[in-house]
Write a protein that binds this ligand. Structure first.
Ligand code: RIB
Length: 302
């Protein structure tokens, strides 16, 4: 049994659809309002659990508050097929909350109040079963000190590490030596690695900082994969009717993780992630409730 252990945030997403995103100081009226489960960690675990075959277990390591949202966040992941035994309830804290606006083009703004997600310390993940063949997936919506030890622990157990360094924290640079696959969007690639463009010269110039597989998601422009062997591959986007891109990047990470756990090469894994992200953008909310391997393969083969 292979494990994908996702360590990260769980948030209740409060989403309002708006005609156009508000300017600073502006009050506007929105249209629909909904509360859905989110958080980068939870979204990645959800996509991975939906796509994983029976021989792969997806374990969520996360923290929720002592509130109704915490119960729902846990139940939603359990219903998706994830192992939720490592989700802890923290008394005295609310669950993480994200305030999200989505405009008519699917563009969004997100503000996160971390709540229980911020209570992790350097003991996070230590003791969670991980062994060679397993994969740790982490993001940066929980304290970087906790991610640092989780990454080091995973490597000490012989597991591979995928880091989605979002939102960017520059101090994460010293963890990168222990990361196998680094996933960033274009803005994050510039913020963390100084990649102002994705020319081979610029990408190769980052090799002194990160020598693993670098995957850069570029929204409507597809994905760029710079493998640890130095090969750069551009993967085109899928042409889908996107209505809400919130969580699309997280589904990308979940889809890529499942493919890597099945021993795909990094480009094949990125193609799986690309399809998972595209499908998630066609539904409202950060998670596609019906994401399935069949859907993924149909889109990839189209
Ligand atoms: O990546 C999307 C996620 O970011 C949302 O679900 C929200 O909770 C924030 O964590």
């Amino acid at each position: 049994m292979t494990r994908i252990v996702v360590f990260g945030s769980l948030n209740a997403d409060f989403v309002i659809d708006v005609a156009a995103l508000p300017q600073p100081g502006e009050t506007i009226l929105g249209t629909n309002f909904r509360t859905v489960s989110g958080g980068k960690g939870g979204n990645q675990a959800h996509a991975a659990a939906k796509l994983a075959p029976p021989q792969i277990t997806v374990v969520m390591v996360g923290r929720v508050g002592d509130d109704d949202a915490g119960n729902i966040l846990r139940e939603d992941l359990a219903n998706a097929g994830a192992d939720v035994s490592q989700i802890q309830r923290i008394n005295g804290y609310p669950s993480g909350t994200a305030l999200i606006t989505v405009d008519q083009l699917g563009t969004n703004t997100i503000v996160v109040s971390p709540g229980a997600n911020k209570t992790w310390d350097e003991t996070a993940v230590v003791g969670v079963p991980l062994e060679p063949g397993d994969i740790l997936v982490a993001q940066l919506e929980v304290p970087t000190i906790a991610v640092r030890t989780a990454v080091q622990y995973a490597r000490s157990q012989g597991a591979r590490v995928i880091l989605n360094a979002a939102p960017v924290d520059p101090t994460v640079i010293d963890i990168l030596a222990h990361v196998d696959v680094l996933i960033l969007n274009e803005i994050e690639a510039e913020q963390l690695l100084g990649l102002s463009d994705l020319s081979p010269e610029h990408i190769n110039a980052t090799r002194s900082v990160f020598a693993g597989d670098l995957v850069i998601t570029r929204g409507g422009d597809g994905v760029t994969v710079a493998s640890h062997t130095g090969v750069i591959t551009n993967i085109p986007p899928h042409r889908v009717s996107a209505i809400d891109t919130v969580g699309a990047g997280d589904a990308f990470v979940g889809g890529l993780a499942v493919a890597l756990a099945l021993e795909s090469d990094i480009c094949t894994a990125a193609r799986h992630g690309n399809a998972a992200g595209a499908l998630t953008a066609t539904v409202s909310g950060a998670r596609h409730p019906d994401l399935s391997p069949q859907q993924l393969h149909t889109l990839i083969g189209r």
